[in-house]
Design a protein around this ligand. Structure first.
Ligand SMILES: [Zn+2]
Length: 580
């Protein structure tokens, strides 16, 4: 897949093929004032809702939200994978097939980059094994219960303290430092010449693809201080976090054999589960599970158990992953660990067999979702109307009609509504998500977030302000947040590059929507003012949510006659109020 994911090839296709020509071969398109519109082939369209911008090479449907570039259109219409679309469109653009195949200039470049990673990986591994330099890191592994055999099986390493240990080593081995920068091992100095090491004083986890090539690294800080705890290689020609797993190179045989994959989050969780002898496991890498991930795993099995930490963010992540699986037509199982534990600490405290028994008895992720929504309804976080609507929206995505009816029955019973009512919402409720009324607060919030995204995409030079205000983490919509993070943290501004990163994710629609739907943001000053206003609104909403949550908890404390807790929370409440 990586070989095909060649930016050069994608750009060449876009240069040679017009998105209008492609769309026109599937549906009728006509010219209007600002561009082209056509009947959208992705929903039952009566008035042309699909807009196409020939210059940008993008399309967006204002009715169903479908959007993307020429590759995205082809993939969606013909239901193909990215490499298939790339191969077919390369053919149509008369780009010689060998240019699209692995043995191209780009691919030879990829080979060199992989080699540099392999040299660095060996360097880190040697440093870990060094009796003096690697001592702290080895002690850390021992403390965390990772045996030396496992450390060596996964080629774990150590990036020593200091600014240029790796840079010097690579220079000695005649590695062009600019290429080492390309894979994110080195960072160019701000002032003066030269480069410094990205990973310093960190335990190193090489990320290896199924062809046994090192495509990137994760580094964990040693000791209590140091932030962030983990850093990963940035996206590069050879490393795509949205489709890469940690450990799949070693575990895929076990996954096939066990006919099931256990999915955890992060390196240490993976290694502790694997070290305990449960080897049919993979880990995602600092990103939520995506459809690309599931696409990769589908080659080995279609049965999954996702394991999440027993805290609020673990539950949120579990709920978020549900959509990804449903879109792929899969119904996985889920383990939510007891509060305050992760796989690593769970195994240390209770042993491998208890974890295995949780995995064996894991409920369906959809059952978990329904129970969780019912719980939120009962605790007063969600209204009945909202709970019914949310469950109906999710069930609408279940392909298997028998499963769908079974779940509808169960959910209706638990919420105390009639099954028919829920079923009719499932049938007719699609596409009404943003209707005013109950969801209005949420949708105005989303609209501020989307406006911020539009302004950032149209005027990338204004992103410094948003970066300084550190707004990304406060964005409530997870898809908008992911795109804004990509723009602010990794400095990716180009719409095509963003569309590639979010291939197949709902975020893709947001990007095209943001570019098509904000004619008001036409000049820099307006955009700057809008960014400031949106940031303010987003902050305010976050504060309001916190206050609302606190009020619910205060009520609960009163019900439980816990007056000490009530007093403490009232104090917190009035402190927060002052910030308004
Ligand atoms: Zn549409």
């Amino acid at each position: 897949m990586a070989n095909f994911n060649d930016d050069g090839l994608v750009n060449e296709i876009k240069r040679r093929l017009s998105i209008i020509d492609l769309v026109e071969s599937y549906t009728s398109v006509k010219k209007t004032g600002r561009g082209y519109v056509g009947l959208c082939p992705f929903h039952d369209d009566r008035n042309p809702s699909m807009h196409i911008d020939e210059e940008k090479g993008l399309f967006h449907c204002f009715s169903c939200g479908a959007g993307g570039d020429i590759l995205g259109f082809y993939m969606r219409y013909n239901n193909t994978t990215f490499p298939e679309a790339l191969a077919e469109l390369a053919k149509r653009a008369n780009i010689p097939i060998e240019k699209a195949a692995p043995r191209t200039k780009g691919a030879r470049g990829a080979g060199t980059l992989l080699k540099i990673n392999s040299i660095a990986s060996k360097y880190y591994q040697k440093t870990l094994e060094d009796s003096t330099r690697g001592k702290t890191a080895r002690e850390y592994l021992e403390k965390r219960g990772i045996p030396a055999e496992v450390a060596s099986e996964f080629c774990l390493g150590y990036a020593p303290d200091g600014w240029d240990n790796l840079a010097k080593f690579l220079t000695k081995h005649k590695v062009p430092l600019g290429l080492a920068e390309k894979v994110g091992l080195l960072v160019r100095r701000n002032s003066g010449d030269g480069y410094y090491d990205r990973f310093r004083g960190r335990l190193m986890f090489p990320i290896v693809n199924v062809d046994d090539k090192v495509i990137g690294f994760g580094g964990r800080v040693l000791g209590a201080e140091g932030e962030p705890k983990y850093i990963n290689s940035p996206e590069s020609e050879i490393y795509h976090k949205r489709s890469s797993f940690y450990g799949l190179d070693k575990s895929r045989g076990h996954i096939r054999h066990a006919r099931r994959a256990i999915i955890v989050e992060g390196y240490m969780d993976f290694l502790s589960v694997y070290s305990a002898g449960i080897k049919n496991v993979v880990a995602t890498l600092g990103t939520a599970l995506t459809r690309d991930h599931v696409g990769v795993l589908k080659r080995y099995t279609e049965r999954y158990v996702v394991v999440f930490d027993g805290d609020e963010s673990g539950i949120k992540a579990a709920v978020r992953s549900l959509d990804v699986f449903l879109e792929e037509g899969l119904l996985p199982n889920v383990v939510i660990l007891p509060e305050g534990t992760d796989p690593d600490s769970f195994i240390a405290e209770r042993g491998k067999d208890e974890l295995l028994s949780l995995v064996e008895n894991a409920p369906g992720l959809l059952d978990f979702y329904i129970d969780n929504t019912v719980r939120e309804y009962r605790s007063g976080t969600l209204t009945l109307k909202r709970s019914v609507k949310e469950i109906a929206d999710v069930l609408a995505k279940v392909n298997d009609p028998v499963a769908k009816n079974g779940y509808a029955k169960k959910a209706a019973e638990k919420l105390g509504v009639r099954e028919n009512e829920l079923l009719s919402l499932i049938r007719f409720g699609k596409g009404q998500a943003a209707k005013p009324g109950e969801g209005a607060a949420a949708s105005t919030q989303t609209s501020h977030e989307k406006t911020l995204l539009s302004a950032l995409l149209k005027f990338p030079e204004l992103s410094e302000n948003a970066r300084e205000k550190d707004i990304a983490g406060d964005i409530a919509n997870p898809d908008v947040r992911a795109v804004v993070e990509e723009i602010l943290t990794n400095g990716v501004h180009d719409a095509s590059a963003l569309l590639q990163i979010f291939q197949g994710s709902p975020a893709q629609t947001l990007i095209t929507e943001a570019l098509f739907s904000s004619p008001g943001i036409s000049d820099r000053d307006t955009a700057g003012r809008m960014i400031d206003a949106c940031i303010k609104k987003i902050r305010q909403k976050k504060l309001d949510d916190k206050l609302k949550m606190l009020r619910l908890r205060i009520d609960e404390a009163v019900r439980n006659k816990d007056f000490a807790l009530e007093k403490e929370m009232l104090r917190e409440y009035s402190e927060l109020r002052k910030l308004k």
